[in-house]
Design a protein around this ligand. Structure first.
Ligand code: AMP
Length: 465
């Protein structure tokens, strides 16, 4: 038999009398209270992209996407995190990227992982992993994403930055190099930024070895004139001697042997053909014998893109992007011998230079403007307006509105700021009649239309039928 459920007896809870002395806050507690109040800042070298900058980023993305589609590059997205040795193998020990800048850490299982400092190594990994050599060659890929380098932050130099890159794998043809350079050039043409391509050839590894020994001999004889960095480079990475920007090394650099004199017939012919293509498509370039690029994997063509603006943001000496041929990398990474080339553009740097250039020339990237503005008066009108705006979403029309302003005057001022030709108005009467007022902003003439006919009417008025 079930026991009858006893009703709980309600006990009156009397507050206990506490006569304890008032406790003063301990140091720990006050630190805790402070902690909960503190605001947060960015990590060093990191940055946000704010809505006011969005139109530039959108323009850059559109330019890269349109070019990729026109020149038939397929989009590839690889992870931010990869096995650390992927980059050590591809980029090479002795380079700044590998020795000093990799975001390297141990994962929870003890494996060494790395936030990608560049993306060519990952593209090559993917090319091999998915057996892309079975597809018709060349395979043309493009990407857009964040890279990470624990660099010393300065103007235009961040620890997380964005690159867009294009890679062509499976072609020896100088036309492949030229096509990539044309894409890079077109990217800045689309944005309205004048640029020049700096180009050089690093030849084959054998040619480079011979050249390097000549370069080292020459620099050794001038050792006492060199900056401390160059004394290091002489031992660690002699080609980077040609990259030195220090004033005291410029004279020595100007007189240094030039790699072009150490190239064999084939390497010279490859470079000449690339230049002939560039002449044919009218891409401005400059042969720069000191251009060597920072990474190990390059062979033959190397190039960088510089703004033609004297006072470019991020340092006048900074390249917006660069790339070149890497004919041996796929094989070195475990794949079949596959000639390849590619480049990457730094988008933060491009953004700064572009913004500065446009501002200096009284230009801007056009802001996105709505086709019409929707004003509402009162709670009920707001509901109907929201419904109509949502219905118009698929019409392809851009509707401006601000639900947080109630007065018609303010809303008309906003509409004026957008320079829209028409404003739609809904008040109490229109809610009852299922109508909308269409106001012509130039003439001030108002017209009442049925809500159901709004889309057709608008398209007709805006010439979007
Ligand atoms: P790289 O392949 O290292 O020459 O990089 C290509 C482009 O990426 C450079 O020309 C820069 O525009 C950009 N870039 C490289 N490192 C950084 C960085 N730390 N911060 C911002 N942009 C960078």
């Amino acid at each position: 038999m079930k026991k009858p459920i006893k009703k709980p007896v309600k006990k009156e809870i009397k507050p206990k009398k506490v006569n304890k002395p008032v406790k003063t806050e301990t140091k720990k507690e006050s630190a805790g209270a402070e902690k909960s109040k503190r605001t947060f800042n960015l990590l060093r070298g990191m940055h946000d992209i704010l809505p006011k900058e969005e139109r530039y980023w959108k323009a850059m993305f559109h330019a890269s996407e349109n070019l990729a589609s026109y020149f038939q590059f397929g989009r590839i997205e690889t992870p931010v995190l990869e096995e650390a040795s992927l980059f050590v193998r591809a980029v090479g020990k002795g380079t700044d990227v590998v020795d000093k800048e990799m975001y390297l850490f141990e994962d929870r299982d003890g494996s060494k992982v790395c936030m990608r400092p560049e993306n060519t190594a990952a593209i090559v990994r993917a090319y091999i992993m998915y057996g892309m050599w079975n597809a018709p060659q060349p395979v043309k890929l493009w990407y857009w994403g964040s890279m990470f380098r624990h660099d010393r932050p300065q103007a235009g130099r961040y620890r997380q930055f964005t690159q867009v890159g294009y890679e062509t794998l499976g072609s020896h043809d100088p036309a492949a190099d030229a096509e990539l350079i044309l894409v890079a050039y077109n990217f800045y043409q689309e944005l309205g930024l004048p640029v020049t391509i700096h180009i050089n050839s690093l030849g084959t590894p054998e040619e480079r070895v011979r050249y390097k020994s000549e370069l080292v001999n020459y620099y050794r004889s001038k050792r006492s004139y060199l900056c401390e960095d160059c004394k290091q480079r002489l031992v660690k990475n002699p080609l980077r001697l040609l990259d030195c920007k220090a004033e005291q090394c410029q004279g020595v650099k100007d007189e240094a042997p030039q790699i072009i004199d150490w190239l064999g017939t084939e390497s010279k012919s490859h470079l000449t053909k690339v230049l002939e293509y560039l002449d044919a498509v009218e891409v401005p370039y400059q042969l720069t014998h000191t251009l060597v690029r920072g990474l190990d994997y390059y062979t033959h063509t190397v190039f960088e893109i510089y703004p033609d603006t004297p006072d470019a943001g991020g340092g006048a000496q900074s390249a917006l992007g660069g790339g070149g041929r890497y004919d041996l990398l796929v094989e070195e990474m475990g794949g079949r011998p596959t000639p390849a080339c590619g480049f990457a553009l730094g988008l933060e740097r491009s953004f700064h230079v572009l913004k500065q250039y446009l501002e200096q020339n009284g230009k801007d990237i056009p802001k996105e403007r709505p086709d019409v503005f929707f004003a509402q008066l009162g709670e009920e009108a707001r509901k109907v307006t929201l419904k109509l705006i949502n219905d118009l979403r698929k019409s392809g029309l851009k509707i401006g509105f601000n639900f947080f302003k109630n007065s018609l005057k303010t809303q008309l001022e906003l509409a004026d700021g957008f320079k829209v030709p028409y404003v739609l108005i809904i008040g109490q009467k229109e809610v009852q009649d299922n109508t909308v007022i269409i106001r012509d902003m130039e003439s001030g003439i108002q017209e009442i239309v049925d809500q159901k006919k709004l889309e057709t009417m608008l398209k007709k008025k805006l010439g979007k039928v």
